[in-house]
Structures are given as structure tokens and as C-alpha cells.
Design a protein around this ligand. Sequence first.
Ligand SMILES: [Zn+2]
Length: 238
Amino acid sequence: MCKFLKALFNKPQSGITSTQGDETGTTEPVIIFPEPVETGETTTDTDNDNNDESEAIVMTEDRLEVQRKIIDFAREMFNGQAREVNQIAVHCTATAEGRNVTMSELDSWHKARGFSKQKLSGHYCGYHFVIALDGTIMCGRDLREVGAHVSGYNSKSIGVCYVGGLDASGKKAKDTRTDEQKDTLIWLISELKHVLNIRKVQGHRDYSPDKNGNGIIESFEWIKDCPCFNAIPEYKDL
Ligand SMILES: [Zn+2]
């Protein structure tokens, strides 16, 4: 997926732009965008030979829009015009299994919690991206806006949230991710990691204090269960 972007952004100094100034005489930065992909078209990742199933990546409208937002943000971040991010915090909405949540609901909940309306995005929602039950990505805060989702780490992080996280009764923590949500989380986190050169991805609960100081945030230390699954191993090799 986005192999040329991967190659481009894995060089920390080069960032998203390069300077072209020889034959053309221009010193305008050259922005390289992904190959346009038709909506619904599938691409195949030939890197993974082991897994014959689920190889196709579907570029839906929402994914194309999100990809564009990430690239635009990368251009500003690497040029020092936007905040610098270096980690992704994964969350759940802490809502009952099977219940969908809209962005306007999240806006009203977060407004009620005292979050302020953001200038660029117009959202109160503290997350940058929220993944609906069907895997669709809903955009919350603009990436240039600091999120409100993980105390003490908002300024340098991106908040990614899936809808769910509680069992059907709405009382007990549960990994309720649908197959579509799992697929989108992998696609989104992979894009963010490669385009923005991010290495650290962890769940909200992994930001809990390490009470016994052994270097591992264990379950008894979690201040909350969010996102109700172990995000660190799941996304470390993307
Ligand atoms: Zn959370």
C-alpha cells in the first residue's frame, strides 16, 4: 500500500517535498500524490505472500478523502507549519455492541463535557477519526487541531476511535470491533504511520501510569479499559 509514499516518508529529512531545480529552473517544492484510484477499485498488496485471503484494499470515497487529508497535513507538518505528531492513541466510544454512533452525537456528547468547538473542523468531538460499525471513517477534528482524547498526550498525538467497546448490555468492556472496523483500523493506522512517519501506536489504556514501575502497563494499572483490546501488538508491524 502506497509503497512510493512509504519510501518517501521513511526518510526523516526528506519529508514530503523534494526540490527540483535543474532543467526546469524552478525551486518549487514537488509534492508527490498517490496514484488516483477509482472508487471501489481494489489493489493488491504483493508484499504479503503468506496470506491468500483478505489481500484486496478497497479505496472507498471516505478513504480517499482521509488519505488526502493526511497528505495535506504531512506537507504542513514536515514544513513546520502544523503541529508535530509522533503517536496514535486508539479508543472506543464506550457504547453498546451493535449500536452505531454518528459524528453529530459525538459532537453533542463532547460539547456537554465542555470541549470547545474547533475553528477548522467545526467539531467538538475530541477524536480525529471515528470508525462506524460498517467500517466507514467519520472525520472529527482536523489533524492540525489538537485532539481531546488522552490526558497529557493530546498535543503530539492523533486520536483514532472505533464505535463500540461495551457488550450488548452496555455495561461490560468488550472488544466489539466488526470485521469492517478491524479492516479500516489497519488501513487508517497504516496510512498515518507511513505518511507521517509515526512509530508509536497504543491504546488509551496503555497511557495509564506504570504504578509498579516495571515498564509494562498491566491490566490492574489501567485507569480505564479503552479501547478494550491490546492495540500495541496489533499495529506494531504495519
Ligand atoms: Zn479512550
